[in-house]
Write a protein that binds this ligand. Structure first.
Ligand code: IVH
Length: 708
């Protein structure tokens, strides 16, 4: 095949594959095959530079760094849309009423036909094609003059470099009302000599998140110039106006077409469109992505329904929108309606409540949760965002607060999308007041003054105050009283709140001091309800060890673990005095739970609470410890090393485990015994270093017989 034909063939195949991949999202060519053809074309073009064409897929990569963007005068001005700020259904009704008034239609005339579209939150672009070839891409600018951003726009895979005449397999994407449009095919829309396509360049949310993940990795790796991006819209706009196409290429952008600029008139061989809907069909046939969310609508009711439907879908869409756009469908009616100043009378943008707003940080408070977790919360100057007034935004933890570097006095962007809790997205660094200091977590609990700790590998700071911390008390009390714990009927949210706030109850044991007198003294507490509480408290005194343990609210000790502990140890004193090694013997208890239990019972104030509860008359039937807990070597950890004279390593292990011991693989200060045979190496050395007890096989056997 001659090189020119071959280059043609490769370009056509690659452009077709790109359209299927990027625009139709239905790839037919395997990636490896695409790469192979791409390399063939590159080689061919390198050998025959005269064969290079501007629509070659090898030319998407962009050129060198630009000094600036050249101005472009739009041959047809890029208008803006009038905005309907009433975000309720009335906004759609007002538009329909206005259109009917301006068109002077009779009240009983059939409803007006519209096309309803999402209002994409990106930036508007004009794409100019001459003889089917992309020759220029320009930003909107002031509507008259934009900037030439062709180089960067060429890197967007969804934008065809050459128009195609694809099939109209689009009815699956666009929901057509029964009309003559559905009968139209590719043949009805020949490619015009001059075509300007208008649409929105945007960044998908997943692409935005992935980009920010990469930025965070760079920051973590110490890259001082790296920063995270604020939102997809600004990032897309920044990428389009990026002077270095190599950088622009690293920002994955997408595109939706929604209109036309200049086009060869029907009288001169251009397509003869009657409706905006037909325009959208043709755009798809020519190879552009058109949003599948665009719909035909009839009358105000359809517009209202569309506004509500898209609002409900808003948060789960793969991209940001800030409203919907209604357009009169008939191009003839559009012409009749005309323009006022720079806005067409035939279209309106019907907004949704903004999901991001600017406000200032008045203070950063620390909240203490049920498990003692400390959460920094930014107190904000009240701001209406995402449909509600927001005054608080969680900063999650110290790491997050520092990563965003939120300081008191800062101007910040808050975001509230859907029912998600409000978030500080970013700080406007240039608005920071002088002297604002970096946020740090307090080293003592702001509520009870206990030490604050951050466990290794954890992002959260915690108050060590436990049941003594007032902030934790209320939640601890609710948990204590809950049905699966002490099951104190009637001790709910409201009552606990009253009891804690009035100071009547400071610790769990105080609950059992409540009598009719103190209860009836509370607001809205009738004699009868007070008596019920007293009865419920009395009833709860007779419980089980498992319920009592669970009720204490020890971190990581759920209902199942509490039952296992009760079964294994039989009585509370054994649990309170158990070493972590002994706790580890309990089925399903790992190091984290064991450590948590051990730490809890190490605290004198927690022991005191337990004693006071017992003194208040809480009782249960203590059982016998399980067989495992009674084994002679329960709670002891052994390490075996070297070769033994009579036993194999496996046999020795079995004997030790049968006696309740645990056999570990490596030596640490938690090891109780090291059993060493011939040629014992580093483990024996380490045992000596740590001063552990070292036995030989005979020593181990006599320990076993002596304990048995
Ligand atoms: S049509 C004459 N359709 O909204 C109407 N615009 O304020 C021309 N936009 O700059 C625009 N989604 O960036 C139209 N489905 C949509 C749109 C849309 C977003 C943006 C566009 C334009 C702005 C108008």
């Amino acid at each position: 095949m001659n090189p020119s034909t071959e280059a043609d063939r490769l370009r056509t195949a690659l452009n077709r594959a790109a359209h299927q991949y990027y625009t139709l999202d239905a790839p037919e060519l395997p990636d490896a095959e695409y790469d192979k053809l791409f390399q063939q074309l590159q080689a061919l073009e390198a050998a025959h530079p005269e064969l290079l064409t501007p629509d070659s897929p090898t030319q998407r990569v962009g050129g060198g760094v630009l000094a600036g963007f050249s101005p472009v005068r739009h041959s047809v001005p890029m208008l803006s849309i009038r905005t309907e700020t009433d975000t309720t259904a009335a906004g759609a009704q007002a538009f329909d009423a206005r259109i009917k008034r301006e068109l002077k239609v009779a009240p009983d005339a059939p409803p007006i036909a519209y096309v309803a579209e999402p209002k994409f939150d990106g930036l508007a672009i004009n794409l100019r094609y001459e003889q089917g070839l992309l020759v220029q891409a320009a930003t909107r600018g002031d509507g008259e003059m934009g900037e030439d951003v062709t180089q960067n726009i060429r890197t967007i895979g969804q934008i065809p470099l050459r128009l195609i005449r694809g099939e109209q397999n689009s009815s699956a994407q666009l929901t057509l009302l029964p009309s003559e449009d559905s009968a139209r095919g590719a043949d009805d829309w020949p490619i015009p000599a001059v075509l300007e396509v208008r649409g929105e360049v945007y960044m998908r949310r997943d692409d935005f998140d992935a980009l920010n993940d990469r930025q965070r990795e760079k920051i973590a790796a110490g890259d001082k110039t790296a920063k995270t991006y604020i939102n997809p819209r600004n990032t897309a706009a920044g990428a389009v106006r990026q002077l270095d196409p190599a950088i622009a290429r690293q920002r994955p952008l997408s595109f939706f077409a929604y209109g036309l600029g200049e086009i060869t008139p029907a009288g001169e061989g251009g397509p003869d469109f009657a409706t905006h809907w037909q325009v959208l069909q043709a755009l798809k046939v020519w190879g552009f992505p058109v949003s599948p969310l665009i719909e035909q609508a009839r009358g105000a009711d359809d517009l209202v329904a569309y506004h509500q439907k898209i609002a409900a879908a808003r948060d789960s869409l793969p991209f940001d929108i800030d409203g919907v756009v209604y357009k009169v469908e008939s191009l003839e009616l559009q012409r009749q309606l005309g323009f006022v100043s720079r806005e067409p009378r035939w279209a309106v943008a019907h907004k949704y409540p903004a999901q991001e707003q600017l406000t200032t940080v008045q203070s950063i408070d620390i909240q203490v949760g049920r498990t003692g977790k400390l959460t920094p919360v930014a107190k904000l100057a009240p701001v209406f965002v995402g449909g509600v007034t927001v005054t608080n935004a969680t900063l999650h933890n110290e790491l997050e607060a520092r990563r965003k570097d939120v300081r008191v006095g800062d101007t910040v962007i808050v975001r509230r999308a859907g029912d998600v809790i409000p978030e500080v997205v970013a700080v406007l660094a240039d608005k920071r007041p002088p002297g604002a200091t970096e946020f740090t977590m307090p080293s003592t609990c702001p509520v009870c003054g206990s030490d604050v700790v951050r466990e290794e590998g954890e992002a959260d700071h915690r108050c060590t105050g436990g049941l003594f911390c007032a902030a934790q008390r209320k939640e601890a009390m609710l948990h204590f009283a809950s049905r699966r714990a002490m099951d104190i009927e009637g001790l709910g949210d409201k009552l606990v709140e009253q009891l804690v706030e009035s100071g009547a109850v400071k610790t769990l044991p105080d609950l059992y001091k409540l009598g009719l007198v103190s209860l009836t003294a509370l607001d809205r507490m009738a004699q009868k309800s007070a008596q019920n509480i007293v009865d419920a408290l009395e009833k709860s005194r007779h419980t089980t060890l498992a319920r009592f343990l669970f009720a204490l609210g020890i971190r990581h000790v759920g209902e199942t673990t509490a039952k296992e502990l009760a079964r294994h140890f039989g009585n509370l004193d054994a649990i309170m005095n158990a070493s972590t090694e002994q706790l580890l013997q309990v089925p399903d208890i790992g190091p984290i739970v064991a450590q948590s239990l051990h730490t809890f019972f190490e605290q004198a104030h927690n022991r005191e609470v337990v004693e006071q509860l017992r003194a208040a008359g809480i009782e249960w039937k203590e059982g016998e410890p399980s067989a495992a807990a009674l084994l002679p070597l329960a709670g002891k950890t052994f390490v075996l090393t070297g070769t033994f004279p009579t036993l194999s390593r496996e046999q020795a292990k079995e004997m030790l485990e049968a006696a309740g011991a645990k056999v570990a693989g490596s030596v640490s200060k938690k090891t109780h015994y090291v059993v060493a045979g011939a040629e014992a190496g580093s483990k024996l050395e380490k045992a000596r270093e740590l001063g552990l007890t070292v036995l030989d096989e005979a020593g181990m056997l006599s320990l076993l017989s002596e304990k048995a």
